[in-house]
Each structure stands twice: as C-alpha cells, then as structure tokens.
Design a protein around this ligand. Structure first.
Ligand code: C2O
Ligand code: CU
Length: 406
C-alpha cells in the first residue's frame, strides 16, 4: 500500500507498507521448506514486485520487473513460490522503481533457519534503514531496540543493510564473532574485539554476541543499536572502532566445491564513468567496459560453466555490486589472494581504484541482474545481466513497457 509513514521525530513521508507495516513482516522459513508469498498490490503507483535478495531462487521467482515478470499493477496479485534451499540471512524488496520504493519502505527480512541445531539460543534479525525523512532506523524504530536474553546466552544477530550507502556494525560490552556474510557461514570464525564489520548496500552480516554475567551487550550501527540482555540491563555505547574486520583473511580456508583455476568463462566488469546518452538523455553516466547502460553486452554463460570475473572500478566512486541468483567467492582483492574462510558474497563493495577477482559456478539458468545496489546508480546505467545460452524472456523493460526495475 501507499501510505503516510512517520518515523521518530522526522516528518511523515509518502511511503509504502506491506501488511500495513514498514518494513514489511519478517519471513522465517525452515531450510528445505517451501516459501509461498502472495504480493497483492493495493495502490502502489507504477506497480511493484518482490525480489528475494541473496536467495538463489529459480529465475521465474526472482521478482525483477521487465526481466522475470511484469510489475504487479494496482489491484493485481502475483504469487512467489520457491524452496528455501540454503539457510541464511536474506531480505526482500520491490524490484520495480526500486530506487524509490525500497527507500520508502517496500522491503523486509527473510531468514532461512538451518535444519541442523544451532549453537545460539537466540536468533534476531535486524534491518538497518534510512527513511526519506532522514531517520536512521533499526527494524523501523529510530534509536534503540532490545532483545531479552539471559547471562551467558549466545545470540545470533542477523544484520542487513537496506540502504544505498555503506554502513558498519560493531559491538559494545564483549567480544563477537562474524558467523556469516551474505547468508553463507564463515568457516571457523574467531573472536573479534575493537573492530567493526562493513556492510555495503544490500549486504548481510551475522554476528554472534554473548550476554555477559552482569549487564548486557550492545550491537551498534551509526545512530541505532540493539541491546541484548536481561530486562533492565544495559551496555554503554562505544564509539565506532577505527578498523574493519577484513574478510579476505578471516576464518580458515576450506574446500570451495569447485576449481576456479580452470574457468570456462573469464569476464571483466570494468566500471567507469563518462559523458554520453542514456535512453536519449545526455549526462555523465556510469559505464561497464566503456558502455553506457544497456549498450553493455550481457555476460553469456552455459549451464555448468565455471566463471571468473574481474570487477574493477575506476569510476571515481564506490559501488556495491550485486549479482542475482548466484553467490560469488572472492579469490583476490587488488591482486592479493584470499587467505581466510571462503568469502562468499552476493553484495560486494568495490571501491574506486579497487579490483576484485571473483568466481562462481553457473548453476542456475536464467537471466540475472548484475548491478550496483546503490539504486540511484542503477538508474544511471550501472546494470547489466548474466544470461544463460538458450534462455529468453517474454518480458520487456523500459518506460514504454511499464517495467522499470531500477
Ligand atoms: Cu537487492 Cu537487484 O537487488
Ligand atoms: Cu554504484
């Protein structure tokens, strides 16, 4: 629904709700279970969709207007149905006019709980979001939220960055471990202290915190926090640590499940910027291998291919790069090989001047967006697709079609 939404002391804004709430309801599924969600668009102008960010769903369920479906117009419905194969932390959001709809509230958390028993007695999902009223929020609340847990309890805190910009999270009142990145478990995560965890746009990080014998533990992000502990217990805020955990060397190496040294396809995704025309509009646009917008050829693969890609950025700004339908493993950053746990991502912050070598297996046929998740940048042309041989789509995008996924 389109609705007036108020947050904190900010002015109410023209926002959106799901089941009359913003963010939308948290969806919890069991690994191996079927997730079925019917999106009914009451009155969201221009239509809406739901994309399951980070979940490697079958292509038809990916929720991208103009690629895998038509935008769901006011008065219409669309039912998504997929098996939650991989446990982990995900989120969902509209992928129609997404630069406006996501910022204004069309998103929510999706958690797939593992079938194996978990080491943590508690499991909390938190969404970091900045609303158009400029209010920073955690699960829709400006300021602080609480989760009750007893002394000695271990708690998994699943943090998702639903904004366009980078953010960070850190812990006051104890050590923590970085259990998972973008829904994939880190192998042998070690205790951390006085460091912060980077969360690029769209990214998730699962932290394990332990409630101390007295008091509480506080998970912080700029302007907001989650206090975990017994009722009434508190942990004072601490300033943001100066350094980040570096996933390139965190945890212990283990088998990737495929061999990236014998790639079937090798691609370059080189991000730049230049003056030119995008859909006939003159401007200073983002480029992919020198091409503006849809002039960039798609990356073509066949099912089963091992793919390596070098993502390089000389565009003057950082970009949170998001590949749909697949997880990529980081092989190297700026030529320095990864030395820790396999670092699997679906949302990767590529700074200006940086390059990443990543690899993945093309095991999910379809047409998949591969774009910048700073959504206004997607509007400015930083979108292409990974496309499998022999796959076509009946859907079309562009303003004349009613489908504007950016
Ligand atoms: Cu979170 Cu293409 O999206
Ligand atoms: Cu960008």
């Amino acid at each position: 629904r389109a609705a007036r939404v108020a947050r904190g002391h900010g002015k109410a804004f023209a926002g959106f709700t799901l089941n009359r709430s913003a963010p939308g309801p948290q969806i919890r599924a069991r690994q191996g279970g079927v997730v079925e969600v019917t999106l009914h668009n009451v009155d969201v102008p221009g239509g809406a969709t739901l994309h399951w960010h980070g979940v490697d769903v079958p292509n038809a369920m990916d929720g991208v207007a103009g690629v895998t479906q038509d935008a769901v117009a006011p008065g219409e419905s669309f039912t998504y149905r997929f098996v939650a194969e991989d446990a982990g932390s995900y989120w969902y959001h509209s992928h129609q006019i997404s630069h406006r709809q996501v910022a204004a509230g069309l998103f929510g958390a999706l958690v797939v709980e593992p079938t194996a028993p978990s080491d943590q007695a508690h499991d909390v999902a938190v969404l970091l979001h900045t609303y158009p009223s400029n209010s920073r929020s955690i699960n829709g609340t400006v300021g602080e939220i609480r989760h009750e847990a007893g002394p000695g309890d271990r708690v998994r805190v699943r943090i998702a960055n639903t904004d366009n910009g980078n953010t960070a999270a850190w812990v006051a009142g104890g050590d923590f471990r970085l259990l998972a990145i973008d829904g994939t478990e880190v192998n042998e995560p070690t205790p951390l202290r006085d460091v912060k965890v980077a969360l690029t746009a769209g990214a998730r990080a699962d932290l394990e915190v332990t409630v101390p014998p007295t008091g509480a533990v506080r998970v912080q992000a700029p302007g907001v926090s989650l206090v975990v502990g017994p009722a009434g217990a508190d942990a004072p805020e601490v300033p943001s640590p100066a350094t980040f955990v570096d996933p390139l060397g965190y945890g212990t190496p283990t088998d990737l499940g495929f061999d990236p040294t014998s790639a079937d396809r090798t691609f370059v995704y080189d991000i730049g910027r230049r003056p030119g025309f995008l859909d006939g509009r003159p401007g200073y646009w983002w480029t992919i291998n020198g091409n503006i917008g849809m002039a960039a050829p798609m990356y073509m693969v066949s099912e089963g291919d091992v793919v390596t890609m070098r993502i390089a950025n000389g565009s003057g700004e950082g970009h949170p790069m998001h590949l749909h339908g697949h997880h990529m493993v980081v092989l190297a950053r700026d030529g320095v090989p990864a030395s820790g746990s396999p670092w699997w991502v679906d949302s990767l912050d590529v700074d200006h001047g940086q390059s990443f070598d990543v690899a993945f297996v093309a095991d999910n046929p379809g047409i998949w967006m591969d774009h910048c998740h700073n959504l206004p940048h997607a509007v400015e042309g930083l979108i292409t697709h990974l496309m499998y041989d022999g796959v076509t789509t009946p859907f079309r995008m562009g303003s004349a079609t009613g489908n504007e996924p950016e």
